[in-house]
Every structure is written in C-alpha cells, then in structure tokens.
Design a protein around this ligand. Sequence first.
Ligand code: PHE
Length: 491
Amino acid sequence: MTARQQPKNLWISRWGFILAATGSAVGLGNIWKFPYITGEYGGGAFVLVYLACILAVGVPVMMAEIAFGRRGRGSPIEAIANLAREAGASPLWKVFGWMAMLAGFMILSFYVVVAGWSFSYLWKMASGSLSGHGVAELGGIFEAGNANPWALGGWATLVTVVTMLIVGRGVQEGVEKSVRWMMPGMVIMLLIMIGYALTSGNFSAGFHFLFDFDVSRLSSEGVLAALGHAFFTLSLASGAILTYGSYLPSGTSIARTTFTVAIADTLVALMAGLAIFPIIFANGMDPSSGPGLIFMSLPVAFNQMPFGQLFGVLFFAMLSIAALTSAISMIEATVAWLSENRNMSRTKASWLAGSVLWLVAMFAMLSFNLGADWTLAGKHFFDWLDYLTSRWMMPIGGIAMALLAGFVFKSSMLRDELDLSEGGYRIWLFMIRYVSPICIVAIFIDALGVAALSLEDWPYFLGAIVLACGAGETLSPRLRGPRVVIRLPVR
Ligand code: PHE
C-alpha cells in the first residue's frame, strides 16, 4: 500500500476518533493511579508539574504519532516502514513499531488484572458484600480476592473476553460504536460523583489538596513520576494512538483533535481527584495510602455516607468502563497488524491475539497467589510487565517517536500532515526535536539510577536543551541517512 492510499477502516466521524482516543487515554491511569500518586507526591505542586509534562512532552509526541498513523496508514510496524520508505530512510526504523506494538500487548496483560479488580468491586459493591466493614476488613477482602487464583483469574478472563468481543467486531462496528455510549456515560457518572463529593464530602479540603501549589512538597522523584505518568495516561509509545490515527480521515486537524484529547484526559484526571479526595478527607482518611486508595479507603468512606452503596456502584461502573475503553486500544495495534499483514479476518485476529494475551495475563495473575514465590531479581512477573513497559519501552519508544518526527522523516511530510500555521509548526518542531526527547531522557536517567535529578538541576536541564539544539541542527541532515530508495513489492 502506498503511503497516501486510503485504508479500509476509517472512523465514521471526527468525533469517533476523539471519543476512541479519549477512551484510550482515560483509564485506570486517570482514576486509579493519578489520585493515588498525587496523594503520595504531595498534591498541588505535583499536579502542576504533571500538567507541564502533558503540554511539553505529551501533546507534541501525540501529534507526531497521529500524523505517523495517518500518513503511514497501517499498524505501527507498517506505518513506520511506509514513512521510512517515503523519507528514503532505513527500513530498520520499523523496530520501534514492533516495540510499540509489544508494549501495548504487555501493558494489557497486566492491565486486565487491575481492570478485573475494578469489575469485581463493581460486583461486590452492588451485592452489598462490602457494606459495614472498616479499613482493616476491607484490606482483608482485597487481599483475599487476590489470593484466590480462580476469582482473580475469572475476573481478568471476563475483561479479556469483553475486550476481544468489542475489538473483533471491527473499528467502526466494535470500537467506535462502543465508545460512543461508553464515554458519555462515563463522563455523566463522573459528574454525578463530583456533585456527590460537593454535597457530601469535604470539597474545599479536596480542592486545596489538588490545587494549592507548595514547592516545598515537590521532590525530584515527584517530577519524574509526573513525567512518566504523562506518557502512560496519554497512551503514547504503545501503538494505541498511532493505530487509531491510521483510521483518521484526511482533512481532520491533528492539532485540534490532539488538544481535545489531551484536555479531556487531563480534565477527567482532575475531576477524578475532585470526586475522590473530598470523600477521603470528609471521612478522615489518609490521601497518601497508595494503590489501595480506591479499593480499600474509598469503600470505607462509601460505607459511612448516605447512599454510599449506590454511589459506590456508580464509581466502580465508571472505572470499569474507563478501563475497558483503554484495554480495547492496547490490543488494536496487534489486531490491525494480524488482519492487515497476515491476511486474517478481524474476528480470527482478535481471537488469536486474545488467546495469547489471556495466557500471559493468567501468568501475571498468578503473581498474587500461587506464584507468590516466583520472582526474578525480586520482581514478580506482574511487576516485570509494568517495569519493562513503563520504565524502558515507553521512554525508549517515546524518544524514538520524537527523533523520527524531528529528524528522520522529511519535514515536508509531517508539515503536510499536521497542516499547522508556520508559527505553530515551528513551535511543534522545537518541542519534538529538543524539549520532548530531553525530558524523556531525564526520566530515563532516573530509571537507570545514574542520578537523581533535583530542582536545582533545572539550569543544567535548560543548558542541555540549548546544546542539543545546536547538535541537532548540525546533524539532522545526516541522521536521515543515505538516500537509498528501497523498492518493496506493492500489493
Ligand atoms: N492511558 C491509559 C490509562 O490511563 C493506559 C494506556 C496505556 C492505554 C497505553 C493504551 C496504551 O489508563
């Protein structure tokens, strides 16, 4: 397929893409992880840095990924190979397409386990089995659920099957149709939850916790966590956004849609914080209680409040829907690749991908019970999946996307695709060439434990950006490599 051909699958409307991409971005990352890491890293100052990271790294990289998808028209592997061919660059760049696809697959194999927690809490809330318990008992319930491989595996299996059923129906019939009702439904539930927090919770304490900027509470670790989370929450470098971008009709503004998705994702994270913290504070609980915040603390709070059970059901329904719309996007790259490049029907591709995924997920699930002793270098398989993807594959993939967009692909190609004003294009190019990669390298330096960056390092950080600008401008023609045109058979 040549780079400019129209693909088989396209979103029915611009809103189809916006809802699907927002559905991918908004997930457990926003409602489960964002509130608890904000709690752990001290509130407002962390939130501000997180917002800066979304703008400086997230938005430029997301624009690049959507542009790659739409111009390359295919799964990440196919799209990057097509663009490299168009730019006369080495076809080997497509390894980053492989890596992105694999990252999405690996994230999903532990994500279905966490989504399974959410589904099981929806069930437990609705059946009333969480009612009347205090913190210690709810902690016990959470642990007992994890200790039982049949229960934990059963819920993860349910999430996998529902995900594959939706994906198997196709881009328009499955993904687009489902997000059209799931996303508005989720937002309505979230608004109701905020209304509830406003009237029954300690809204002002929650608000101040989220928005009071206190630099003294900001740690270097917090800065890096904010940067890493910006990546995860926007579903970058995992094939999801790139593949969804490949179904975007030409003529739709990439910049406008990217901003819409990034703003919606950020609003949902902040709204989730505004729905959760007032309830936590009103019930005298600790905002920094970690990953168990919504599974152990929140149900206790619901137990103490009027109509708590009803709102508890609403909350976990919202979380389950958010997790599902993210899950479908993580496997889309693999299914697209199997069906486009391996000549499989969409249904067959989904069941094949889903079966392999299920096996890996079951193995990840065992980390909590039967395999509690199976560790490698102190980490369970579940933790390895998380560690490898978020600490290595996403940052490396992110740098690769930025370098491909900034230096390797011809600027005329992306300029065409992004269709920005001259000023807008220059700002984007500066961000993608220098600011985004350097911010990502900073996460990486921390991950490797080479150095812990502190706030006093900011002048060096800016210096590094200036130096990289000089080096990049000098080297950029060479990075693109020799102009060998490789002719691949056109199908
Ligand atoms: N963005 C999703 C969330 O916040 C997670 C995700 C990562 C989705 C990678 C797709 C790809 O939960």
